[in-house]
Design a protein around this ligand. Sequence first.
Ligand SMILES: [Zn+2]
Length: 174
Amino acid sequence: MNYLSQYIVQFHGLDKNEHRFNFTVNDEFFEYFEDGIIKGGDFDVIMILIKKTGSLHLNISLKGSVQIVCDRCLELYKQDIDFEDTVSVEFGDETNFDTNSECVILDKNKSEINISQFIYEFANFALPLQHYHPDDENGNSGCNVEMLELLNKHLIKEEEKTDPRWDALKELKK
Ligand SMILES: [Zn+2]
């Protein structure tokens, strides 16, 4: 069985009403979405599906944490996430999950929908703009201090190096 098939929801037999579904996401989920910012995670997903004539409304909320790389010390850290948004699904000739548009299109012959892509996108939307280790309770940076020192040393060395092209120019000016 395909791992992501656990995120398939059958809506065909449901009445026109609200229906609640629960899912969990862990590290393995992110192995199916390569090269992303998120390297792992552990969170709960609640979806309220509202079935209407000719459309579905999926209210999806995520709560838990994901693993991402800290921009300051370059180590993985746990980022809490708490996010909620709605996907409107309309029926058409071909499935098109381009979420940049107002609504996504699902092949009208389908009786089920896999929501794993929406969960993945929402997990990314849930991230803050800056990816830093959170401070501890004393207000100290949670970053890996040794790693920061190494990175700083490296930076200073880079600055000390002179550019040979400038040296050549200086010689010319003399
Ligand atoms: Zn850090």
